[in-house]
Design a protein. Structure first.
Length: 201
């Protein structure tokens, strides 16, 4: 199946995704369980252009602002600012994984949805885990400097201490990815039929 969402459709899709993502991040009760990894992957695969950055990072910035104002993170401003850039970097990497899938001409729409659902937990979650905890270990700011020694053993400790959160993220991302990509596929079916019908006329 070959088609692109029209620009006006993308605007409505983007708005809906941002609202749902922000609400899920704010009201979610399980640490590290949110749809943002799925949103980043979907945006890279199906939205493209500036939308693939607006949707995940708009969701992140808006929900981060609300959570910072309400102190939902229970972090100081310094702690929050020291860690946030690397979280955003990890999600940018996930968007780019989605772009790689999107640019594979051998994959049709359904295959891209399938690979997106698989890649979100298998690649996205792992990338987030590796990138964010590497920079927690490497970060020279005082809030992180004394957490782990700047040795390979210290790096291993950083990853080991994050494993419980990674397990939550992996399970959450798998559930969100399968659900979101399945819904997207089901929504695409009537669009596919209308396009095929138009081609036959």
């Amino acid at each position: 199946m070959e088609y692109e969402f029209k620009e006006n459709y993308k605007a409505w899709i983007a708005a809906a995704i941002i609202v749902v993502t922000v609400a899920t991040r704010i009201f979610g009760q399980i640490p590290n369980v949110s749809p943002i990894t799925t949103v980043a992957m979907m945006s890279g695969i199906f939205l493209g252009g500036y939308w693939m950055w607006v949707v995940p990072f708009g969701s992140m910035i808006l929900s981060d602002l609300i959570m910072a104002i309400t102190n939902s993170y229970n972090l100081s401003v310094v702690e929050y600012l020291a860690h946030t850039p690397f979280v955003y970097l990890a999600f940018a990497a996930i968007v780019l994984v989605g772009v790689i899938i999107q640019r594979n001409d051998k994959l049709d729409f359904e295959s891209k949805a399938y690979f997106g659902a698989i890649s979100t937990p298998a690649i996205g979650s792992v990338l987030f885990f590796l990138i964010t905890n590497f920079f927690v270990w490497l970060n020279p700011l005082p809030v992180f400097a004394d957490m782990y020694p700047k040795t390979l053993e210290g790096l291993g400790m950083s990853y080991a201490m994050a494993l419980p959160f990674f397990k939550n993220m992996l399970v959450g991302d798998a559930i969100f990815a399968v659900s979101a990509f399945s819904v997207l596929y089901l929504i695409s079916l009537p669009i596919k039929r209308s396009i095929e019908y138009a081609k036959q006329r």
